[in-house]
Write a protein that binds this ligand. Structure first.
Ligand code: NAD
Length: 503
């Protein structure tokens, strides 16, 4: 199909951007290479997208380097104004962005409309407002001296974004970096570049000066690796797998760049026997099945108190089986396809892994039978009861609509199981006992804890993990700290300093 026909079929009103965005222009890759981005509903080609190589990353870094001094010195409120304008433009183009995200990733349109797009606008708006509110400190040092700190941007920032929430993560990465005065070279995942390129277009419309933002879709091992090792890049921020995170740390050592990592997770979602079960069942289904389970904070280990496990599981499985799978652009769809065939196969491979270790498949475990979904990357909502919390499906990140169920007998066992992985990103718990709730929140090895809810995010609330889930925080004031460095300035106002040498 021709691109124009694909755009019309998806209800898009403006042309799909399929070139790199460097120095304020949409351009082809230097070597002319492209890569097809696919529609996960049927694996058809949406568009051939320019594929950035090392030379293109170099061009982008050069543009960002040229743009940096002026952008960094612009009044913070003026930087903020551009981000606020962008947030308005995102809202004005909300339907376009929602459809494009659903087309490229498989997110149900219902979710793209209600979550991805509003959260993207909210993030740019939050950091647009933050730009002139983030400030240094004055420190009470010895008499006669004024000591104050400046929060300075770090320079050119490389950002490597994954394919599970490409639009939203573009905002999470770019907004604080730009508000703080950095310039950006951003690489979306090679399989989902379209909404990041659309954001680049809207940036230009919002008045972003050329070179401040550059978007270079390319392969991880080529463009991503080059960003991580680039001597002209002062910091790299990454979201993705723990294995790739390690590679990025190694590659960044050359110029000792700052590194920020948001990696995988194996979220424990703990339901105590005093919980409101109706809320917990619904919330636990959302925790794992939203976005087809492709979320680092997914509640992928469902831990049930043994007294309520059978009743909970029966209702939870009934809910899972009722989730409507379908075309992402159908507004009634509750679960779309996974984002790639490779990933669908990886997820389905874990069904075999579960069986080998004696796991019981309670629901799903296969691709849906419906003929209209046969060519896509669909997987049924899958519930697996594991024998031990040490089983692979209770330890490894599956990153799909695949939840591993474990049971526990008391708080101590719940905590031991919950903390019994190398990850430490998000955890949730459901209970009506306020002391237990806060005690567990304190003891859980995690960067985020949700009590009687799951997977809440907000631009003001720090987001990130501990252990193998990475380091550094996105969102809030913490994100501004991550994207700045502190300079301490000493001023002798009227200090009487006795001479050190008596001559
Ligand atoms: P990945 O980590 O390899 O890819 C994420 C991003 O990193 C992409 O933009 C990719 O191009 C880039 N990348 C890959 N190799 C790179 C390198 N050497 N240097 C720099 N950048 C590089 O993820 P994947 O292989 O597509 O998915 C595998 C698993 O990763 C999933 O099953 C899931 O467990 C995890 N994952 C986690 C998240 C998250 O939000 N934390 C997101 C995506 C994937």
């Amino acid at each position: 199909m021709k691109l124009a026909d694909i755009e019309a079929a998806a209800g898009l009103r403006s042309p799909i951007r399929h070139q790199l965005f460097i120095d304020g222009q949409f351009v082809d890759a230097a070597n002319g290479e492209t890569l097809a981005t696919l529609n996960p509903h049927d694996n058809s080609t949406i568009a051939e997208v320019a594929l950035a190589g090392r030379e293109d990353v170099d061009r982008a870094v050069a543009a960002a380097t040229r743009a940096f001094p002026k952008w960094a010195r612009l009044a913070a409120a003026d930087r903020g104004r551009i981000l606020l304008k962008l947030a308005d433009l995102i809202e004005a183009n909300a339907e376009e962005l929602a459809r494009l995200e659903s087309l490229d990733t498989g997110h149900p349109l219902k979710d793209s409309r209600a979550l991805d797009v509003p959260r993207t606008a909210a993030c740019f708006r939050y950091f647009g407002g933050m730009a002139d509110k983030f400030q240094g400190e004055t420190i009470p040092v010895e008499a006669g001296f004024l000591n104050y700190t400046l929060r300075e941007p770090v320079g050119v920032v490389g950002q490597v974004v994954p394919w599970n929430f490409p639009l939203m993560f573009t905002s999470w990465k770019m907004a604080p970096a730009l508000a703080a005065g950095n310039t950006v070279v951003m690489k979306p995942a090679e399989i989902t570049p379209l909404t990041s390129l659309k954001i680049a277009e809207l940036m230009a419309e919002a008045g972003m000066p050329a070179g401040v933002v550059n978007v270079v879709p390319g392969l991880g091992a080529v463009a991503g690796q080059h960003i991580a090792e680039h001597a002209g890049i002062a910091k790299v921020a990454f979201t993705g797998s723990t294995a790739t995170g390690r590679r990025i740390v190694a590659a960044s050592a050359g110029n000792l760049k700052k590194v920020q990592l948001e990696l995988g997770g194996k979220g424990a979602n703990i339901v105590f026997d005093d919980a409101n079960l109706t809320a917990a069942i619904n919330g636990s289904a959302w925790a794992i099945f939203h976005n087809q389970g492709q979320a680092c904070i997914a509640g992928s280990r469902l831990m049930l108190h043994e007294r309520i496990a059978d009743e909970f599981l029966e209702k939870f499985a009934a809910l899972a089986k009722s989730i409507r799978l379908g075309h992402p652009l159908d507004a009634a769809t509750e679960m779309g396809p996974l984002t790639s065939a490779l990933h669908r196969d990886r997820v389905l491979g874990y069904v075999g892994v579960a069986r080998e270790q004696g796991g019981e498949i309670i629901a799903g475990g296969k691709a849906p039978a419906a003929a209209e979904l046969a060519r896509g990357c669909y997987v049924e909502p899958t519930i697996v009861r594991a024998k031990s919390f040490k089983d692979r499906v209770a330890q490894e990140e599956v990153f799909g609509p695949f939840v591993t169920v474990l049971t526990f007998k008391d708080d101590a066992e719940a905590l031991a199981i919950a903390n019994g992985t190398d990850y430490g990103l998000g955890s949730g718990l459901w209970t009506s006992n306020v002391q237990r709730a806060h005690r567990m929140a304190r003891e859980l090895h995690a960067g985020m804890v949700w009590i009687n809810s799951y997977k809440r995010v907000n631009p003001g609330s720090p987001f990130g993990g501990v252990g193998q889930s990475g380091y550094g925080r996105e969102m809030g004031f913490d994100a501004m700290r991550e994207y700045t460095q502190v300079k301490s300035v000493w001023v002798n106002v009227d200090a009487q300093i006795p001479p050190w040498y008596s001559r």
